[in-house]
Unconditional design. Structure first.
Length: 176
């Protein structure tokens, strides 16, 4: 009789432990699902055949060169900032979008005639939006490192993510 009571107690204790573990694991999976559904996906769009093709000149408020394009593929992304490393020079990226077609002293006209305001950080972009990036070729920091493009951005809950392209234009993305 005592043996059955102890066996019953052990079985109930093990069942309780399994239920606690199951609840914890279910909660963890639910949090991962919510995070995955909120995470924005921002990737560079367009084809760049070589790093030498990324060149900009800004003279008298006019830019020559094709801006680097990023597309927001999933969810709202906000607080964009980033840099590009070209030939051991690190440049801060300046971001603009079609919604920044305003006239002010810091606006830059592209060779296509579009005038955009470019800023070191960008507020937010909705899904399926394009954000453009340039850099000032005269303002750089000398670094030792391979060529890369790096941007950071946040989701609507202030989680920080990044997208990085290495010297071979291979993208990686993740949470920071």
């Amino acid at each position: 009789m005592k043996f059955l009571a102890w066996a019953n107690f052990i079985i109930l204790t093990l069942t309780f432990a399994v239920l606690i573990w199951y609840a914890y694991d279910t909660h963890r999976i639910a949090n991962q699902t919510v995070e995955a559904n909120l995470q924005p996906v921002v990737l560079r769009s367009g084809f760049i055949p070589s790093w030498d093709m990324i060149q900009f000149k800004i003279q008298s408020g006019t830019i020559t060169g094709q801006p680097i394009r990023f597309t927001v593929f999933k969810n709202i992304a906000k607080d964009f900032n980033g840099y590009i490393i070209l030939n051991n020079h690190k440049y801060q990226l300046l971001f603009g979008s079609q919604i920044s077609q305003v006239q002010n002293p810091s606006s830059v006209a592209s060779s296509s005639g579009t005038t955009l305001t470019y800023m070191p950080t960008w507020g937010w972009m909705s899904p399926n939006s394009v954000i453009l990036a340039i850099f000032n070729p005269d303002e750089y920091q000398s670094v030792n490192g391979d060529n890369e493009i790096y941007i950071e951005y946040k989701d609507i809950e202030d989680n920080t993510y990044f997208t990085k392209e290495d010297k071979n234009f291979s993208p990686t993305s993740g949470k920071r």
